[in-house]
Write a protein that binds this ligand. Structure first.
Ligand code: ADP
Ligand code: MG
Length: 356
């Protein structure tokens, strides 16, 4: 979490190093002296739109501004930038905003082929994912179910480029991500993936609005278009009334819907969700699931969601059932209603558990 007081002291130190008064800095940024004074005493943070100009004026990187200190050694700085991008990526999803309409993106957003992951520790090895293959068509809402330890999170991490498979290929919009070097993985995630986790990761020192806007700012979407984009999306997600609140001031369900807004606003190839309803009560969970389903319908989002909850799974179009690292079965929700699908899922789980 960002340390506001440290950041303030750092701004003050850098300003003095430039030989400017608070008013002079304020003037350059076209803001009031009072705002600068507030930052420097740790009482507020610069507005999102001021981060970049402030960094330029003070001769620091965004990373240094967030860290509240200069990062001296060249190597260390690169490393720290990488870590920061990684953190921000996980907080914000990715930063792609180009329209995908005119490119020749394949029908399948994701193609997993013969993927295995072997974890080798000193005295034993675990085949966490065992020769798994499946496609995910654009616009679909796919669930992965399985008992604890069946390999769900490992599989999601492989797709998220957080971990590398031992074998097989994973294509996202046609690109095999298995070959992506570690240095490029954070950038790839920012450009192509959105995340909605159980443990919610909004930046606590920014308002909900700023959290969503930051995802767009990173992509240099023009300042004028950010507000209308966030407003229309917020209405759809029923978070308009809380945009100016801080994450700790809103409920878990509202935070998760903000995470959805942040993930979708930058138009990712696929949204990865690991137990997104895990910490919610059933009413908030239903609302989140309705939201996710709506994103698929109305925003052509593609979602891959890990869940152990049958109710959550019943919102999906298709479920993959994992056991011992393998996909043992799949179930499509054809024309049937949620209740029928729910019952089918239960039957399938029972069947899989009874397998030798
Ligand atoms: P799930 O998310 O379905 O509960 P995981 O993917 O977390 O399952 O784990 C699948 C198997 O892989 C488990 O046996 C687990 O102990 C093992 N595993 C997961 N991560 C690691 C790791 N980093 N090192 C060694 N074994 C691991
Ligand atoms: Mg897991």
């Amino acid at each position: 979490m960002m340390n506001q007081i440290k950041i303030g002291a750092f701004i003050s130190e850098r300003r003095k190093a430039k030989g400017w008064t608070q008013s002079q800095l304020a003037e350059k940024l076209e803001i009031t002296d009072k705002a600068v004074s507030k930052w420097e005493t740790g009482r507020s943070m610069p507005d999102l739109s001021l981060f970049m100009p402030l960094c330029t004026l003070l001769d620091v990187t965004l990373n240094e501004l967030f860290a509240g200190e200069c990062i001296a050694e060249e190597k260390w700085k690169e490393k720290a930038d990488e870590v920061l991008m990684d953190v921000i990526t996980n907080w914000l999803g990715h930063d792609q905003w180009e329209s995908k309409e005119n490119d020749t993106t394949p029908e399948n957003v994701l193609e997993v082929e013969n993927v295995s992951k072997l974890y080798e520790t000193e005295n034993h090895s675990v085949l966490a994912v065992n020769d798994v293959s499946f496609p995910i068509p654009r616009g679909s809402f796919v669930g992965i179910m399985g008992a604890s330890g069946s390999g769900k999170s490992t599989l999601l991490h492989l797709i998220a480029t957080i971990d590398k498979p031992t074998n097989g290929s994973i294509r996202i919009s046609g690109q095999n991500i298995v070959d992506i070097p570690d240095e490029a993985a954070a950038e790839f995630r920012r450009r192509h993936l959105g995340f909605v986790f159980q443990e919610y990761n909004l930046l606590e020192t920014l308002t909900i609005y700023e959290n969503i806007a930051l995802a767009l700012t990173m992509k240099e979407v023009s300042k004028e278009s950010i507000r209308p984009m966030i407003q229309s999306l917020s209405e759809k997600l029923d978070i308009s009334a809380i945009l100016d609140k801080f994450p700790y001031e809103v409920s878990g369900g509202q935070r998760q819907r903000c995470a959805c807004a942040r993930a979708i606003v930058v138009n990712p190839d696929i949204i990865l969700a690991d137990e997104p309803t895990g910490a919610l009560d059933s009413r908030a969970a239903r609302q989140l699931l309705d939201t996710l389903a709506m994103l698929c319908r109305e925003y052509s989002a593609t979602i891959l969601m890990v869940t152990h909850d049958v109710m959550a799974a019943s919102y999906c179009d298709r479920i993959l059932f994992m056991k011992d690292g393998e996909i043992k079965a799949a179930l499509n929700r054809e024309q049937e209603n949620k209740q029928t699908f729910f019952a089918d899922i239960l039957k399938k789980i029972e069947w899989i558990e009874g397998m030798p």
